[in-house]
Design a protein. Structure first.
Length: 365
């Protein structure tokens, strides 16, 4: 499978949802970087299910065991390998999915691609469970970036039409990011967050699931990071963000709204601030021009589809017997993936940014 990514640093994600373990190998990290393991575990815990009725009841501890690449809490330069045991699995809930694919899930396409040999238990290698090792990799990269003043943060921008406040595209700060990061339900406006939670619980009670939007920003990325055409910052970020199951859309800055603007509305006027830095008065470009960072906050919105596994009966097929069928899904599933996907988006952006920052002059210093 194609769960390998490489650009200056490489990550290889392995395992299946109901196998013995999942994990990641990260290669070419800068040597000598201090990794705060408690801070890393806190990042991983942000992805874990909550006990508020808005997530799956599957209870995985997600405690990564580092096998190589870290000694005395510092990167050694060797490949950093970590695995996470799968402790709470119920494979019998998925026994019929080898022939009755879930609508909206990769059961059918996976069977076609891998000739029916793919592991369907819990979604196998296509499961959102595989975002745990992505979060591990992104947490490592995030610590290396933060040591150089670069912070990435995300929040739930909307769930099923219930909208949170948005970060300021021009003035978002490290403090804004850290304030949301400390919350169990990552929203800026807590009152709107409660409405989202109520909507998720209601959907779950009715056998449904919900989708939504995640806004992600990165601050203090210096101007000049990235490359044009195929090596742009947007290209790299998009490749990693779309590695998160259920992500169906991504826009930077004003995104699709620019299609409705005229040039003078879309263009962001330049000016020199009080510290002598080149800035823009607006940030429709989302901090990236020509694939290269402008020095403004990098901003993006990520669209996440509703969870494919729902309790309502759904029309499907038995693709082996070539018959039309009705599928009743069992098992434990998130009624809304969005809250748990917030750190996953941050992780993907961290990996992308670090891979480009390693090209930046004097990064090691």
């Amino acid at each position: 499978m194609s769960s390998f990514w490489n650009r200056n640093i490489s990550i290889s994600i392995f395992g299946e949802s109901h196998g013995p373990a999942i994990g990641v190998v990260i290669d070419n990290l800068p040597a000598g970087e201090y990794i705060d393991l408690e801070k890393l575990r806190h990042f991983m815990a942000r992805r874990a299910p909550k006990k508020d009725g808005t997530t799956t009841p599957r209870g995985e501890k997600d405690l990564p065991q580092v096998m190589s690449g870290l000694l005395n809490d510092r990167t050694t330069g060797a490949p950093l390998c970590a695995f996470i045991q799968n402790m709470d699995t119920r494979s019998k809930d998925y026994s019929n999915l080898a022939r009755l694919p879930r609508p909206g899930h990769a059961d059918y396409t996976g069977a076609m691609r891998y000739r029916g040999f793919n592991d369907v238990r819990g979604g196998g290698h296509f499961s959102g469970r595989l975002t745990a090792p992505l979060c591990f990799a992104g947490a490592i990269c995030g610590q290396i970036l933060e040591r150089r003043g670069i912070y990435t943060g995300a929040h739930i921008a909307a769930v099923h039409g219930v909208k949170d406040d948005m970060f300021s595209r021009t003035k978002v700060t490290k403090e804004d990011i850290l304030a949301v990061r400390q919350k169990d339900f990552p929203v800026i406006n807590d009152a709107q967050g409660e409405k989202m939670r109520d909507d998720i619980r209601s959907a779950h009670a009715g056998g449904e699931s919900l989708g939504g939007l995640i806004e992600c920003v990165a601050v203090n990325v210096p101007a000049g990071v990235g490359s044009p055409i195929f090596e742009g910052l947007e290209n790299t970020i998009a490749q990693l963000v779309f590695g998160i199951p259920a992500v169906k859309g991504l826009e930077f800055g004003a995104g699709f709204q620019v299609a409705e603007m005229v040039g003078s509305q879309n263009n962001d006027p330049f000016y020199i601030d009080e510290n002598g830095h080149v800035m823009t008065k607006t940030n429709n470009h989302g901090g990236i021009l020509g694939g290269i960072s402008s020095g403004m906050p990098i901003t993006m919105n990520v669209a996440v589809k509703p969870t494919a596994s729902i309790a309502k009966p759904q029309e499907t097929v038995d693709f082996r017997a070539k018959t039309n069928e009705v599928l009743q899904i069992h098992g434990r599933h998130d009624p809304c993936i969005v809250p748990r996907a917030v750190p996953c988006v941050e992780a993907a952006v961290n990996v992308a940014l670090l891979s480009h920052m390693m090209d930046y002059p004097h990064f090691a210093g």
